[in-house]
Design a protein around this ligand. Sequence first.
Ligand code: ZN
Length: 331
Amino acid sequence: MPEPTLTELESGIVQVTMPLPWALDHVHCYALAAADGWTLVDAGLGSRRTLAWWEEALKALGRPAVTRLVLTHYHPDHLGASAGLARLTGAREIVQGRLDRALSVAGWEEADDAGFERYLRDHGMPADLAAASTRAEIGTAVELAVPTRLVDEGDLVEAGGHRWRVLHLPGHADGHIALHDEDGRRLLGGDVLLDEITPNVGRWPDTEPDPLGRYLTTLRRLAGLAPAVVYPGHGPVIRAAADRAAEIAGHHDERLDVAAGALAAGAESAFETAQLIWKDEPLGFHEQRFALVEAISHLERLAAMGRAVEHRPARWRPAGEEARPQRAPLS
Ligand SMILES: [Zn+2]
């Protein structure tokens, strides 16, 4: 039976790890203690089980008065349970990034499922897989808390007896925010920097073009900021943030070369590109969707660098290459 895990990382900061029913099998939320009310960062997936786990976790923490909930970004494993957690705790203040709130409403409350399926197909995903992939997304459990405070880059948020600076760090999500404690050089980072896995940088239908360009800027900013410790949304705590940021940037440089190689080998759509990028690691059902949107990000970055051309919508070729003869699609 999966259950939540509580880990006190330092005095007053508890990592609350919730199981996830995915290949990525957990998400870290955080509880910051303060005499005048605790702050929770992120909520977990919006299932009844998550809320039952929160009840357990809060009991283990001594049933603290929770006054504030902060949401890092709109992905379902982070804000899915936000409405339920707000009800459960009675938190007065719900803090969310201004852009992230707009994207949450567009992505979850005004979801265009037919448009999403068409988007996957347009980028080369076979119709039956696109339909199944869209159905799987519809099943995701999300109930949005209504924020009481929308924050922007540079704003200050009180949490755990400290003032944290809001940083807008796009790439993994356009509206992603993190909380930076400048004195303690600590970062509550959400998914901007992860150890062991690289954050997915997907060009979803509601993402602005070239998210990888923005993510590489975020990585440079993190390398410069060099927090002494990053408390992440998944995986181990990061204590060499600048090195990890450089490593992830290097990973994307390699992937850009592989994507360029896929175009040179005849891939034309993002789906075909993803099949070549991941040819040695067969992708599971959900991973196909993430691989596709990440391939779009790499192709758009190559185009921004002048290394690829989108010669018609969602069809790509290496820059400098003239129109190709018609050919059968790669299978
Ligand atoms: Zn996440």
